[in-house]
Ligand binder design. Structure first.
Ligand SMILES: Cc1ncc(COP(=O)(O)O)c(C=O)c1O
Length: 392
């Protein structure tokens, strides 16, 4: 042992979260109820969105949000429509697109920000394009203003997967709120944790109502009178179990809502701690041309710290990772790596726009180490020393 293990994910719960769990248990209502509703209201207010819908994971948030766009009354997503996507993201950013019959057009990433290289957008767009998937990778805002304008000029949807970047912002606007729909994850390793959890935000009332129905069996029970997506009939017996959409059951637990209510007010402090660690990480690694580290765009909430050994420096990643393992430092692939490299791609309808050179470099050479709200000075110092011992 060389000291405390440098974890990939750091626990952020205190007594308040444990107290919230106890209150739910004492109350006896475990599934979606008042705590979830209050968390949704607090979440929408915190991010300046009109509406928020909580579900049981970020993956479910992506699924329900795509499903909502596929069930809009007008201009809905239909099988065969194309979506421009970055080559690096998490698997479940892409799966709902495949499941709704959409064709993906993979665009390379910028090697420094690890976000979509927007200079490739013109090459990626075709007459069949219906949507752009914006992903803010590992806390770092992608070119959201540019993407928003690109979509507005062409009448495309902007879908913002912000599951890795809660608390980040661009020009003062919170990430997650640039898209027609935005998604968040509150999984254990993320900026706030409700064990498992996800949130959809939108300013579009129709998407909001569709998402509420789709999350809960596709029924009408969670919709108010006067909903834009259905008209209530004068028959309570029938209305109690009235199904209008081919939906899911991806409801969150009350436990998650109650924990979220405790975690959300701590988010700003958590992000501050993460940014303080990032300042040290940058001091330790900036100027070392042997490693490409993630370049901040706007205000990152620094999910993690990426390191991509410059391929020209011919550093053997296996040797590097072996040294990290020996030094008790956790590490992993950057998000999901270059996604089309995975076997599951055989199920997708897709194109590759030009080449994915940078995503492949990140896949073949890169890795990340963890970040969290607490002071990681000893861990980051150990990381620098360990890498120095390998690369000289
Ligand atoms: C970009 C991105 N989207 C979606 C998800 C899915 O979130 P969850 O793990 O809550 O299902 C993740 C997972 O971390 C992610 O990184």
């Amino acid at each position: 042992m060389t000291g405390m293990f440098y974890e990939l994910a750091i626990d952020t719960w205190g007594e308040e979260e444990i107290g919230a769990i106890r209150r739910v248990i004492d109350n006896g209502r475990y599934t979606m109820g008042d705590n979830v509703r209050r968390f949704e209201e607090a979440f929408a207010a915190a991010f300046g969105s009109s509406y928020a819908v909580m579900v049981n994971s970020g993956s479910s948030a992506n699924l329900v949000a795509v499903a909502a766009l596929a069930h809009k009354a007008e201009n809905r997503l239909v099988a065969g429509d194309e979506v421009i996507v970055p080559a690096i993201s998490w698997s479940t950013s892409y799966y709902p697109l495949q499941q709704y019959g959409l064709r993906l057009r993979f665009v390379d990433v910028d090697i420094e920000t690890l976000n979509m290289d927007v200079s490739k957008l013109e090459r990626a767009v075709t007459p069949r394009t219906k949507m752009v998937l914006a992903v803010n990778i590992l806390g770092n805002p992608c070119e959201l203003t540019r993407l928003r304008r690109f979509c507005d000029e062409r009448g495309l949807y902007l879908f913002e997967d912000n599951c890795e970047s809660m608390g980040a912002s661009l020009d003062g606007k919170p990430c997650g709120t640039f898209g027609d729909v935005g998604t968040f994850s509150t999984f254990f390793s993320h900026h706030i944790s409700t064990m498992e959890g996800g949130v959809i935000v939108t300013d579009d009332e129709e998407i909001f109502h569709l998402a509420r129905s789709l999350r809960n069996h596709g029924w009408t029970r969670d919709l108010p009178e006067g909903s834009p997506i259905y008209t209530k009939r004068d028959d309570d017996f029938f209305e109690a179990y009235r199904f209008i959409l081919p939906g899911y059951n991806v409801r969150p637990l009350e436990l998650a809502g109650a924990i979220g209510l405790e975690q959300l007010p701590k988010l700003a402090r958590f992000v501050e701690g993460r940014r303080a660690n990032a300042a040290l990480f940058r001091r330790l690694f900036e100027g070392d041309s042997r490693f490409v580290t993630q370049k901040e765009n706007g205000t990152s909430s620094w999910f993690a710290f990426t390191l991509i050994p410059d391929p020209a420096a011919r550093i053997d990643r296996r040797r590097l990772l072996g040294a990290l393992r020996d030094a008790d430092i956790g590490f992993r692939i950057i998000t999901g790596g270059c996604f089309p490299r995975h076997d599951v791609i055989k199920y997708f309808d897709y194109d590759i726009v030009d080449t994915l050179d940078n995503a492949n470099i990140a896949h073949d050479h890169g890795f990340f180490v963890g970040n969290g709200p607490e002071d990681l000075t000893p861990q980051l110092t150990r990381l620098r020393e360990t890498l120095d011992a390998v690369v000289g």
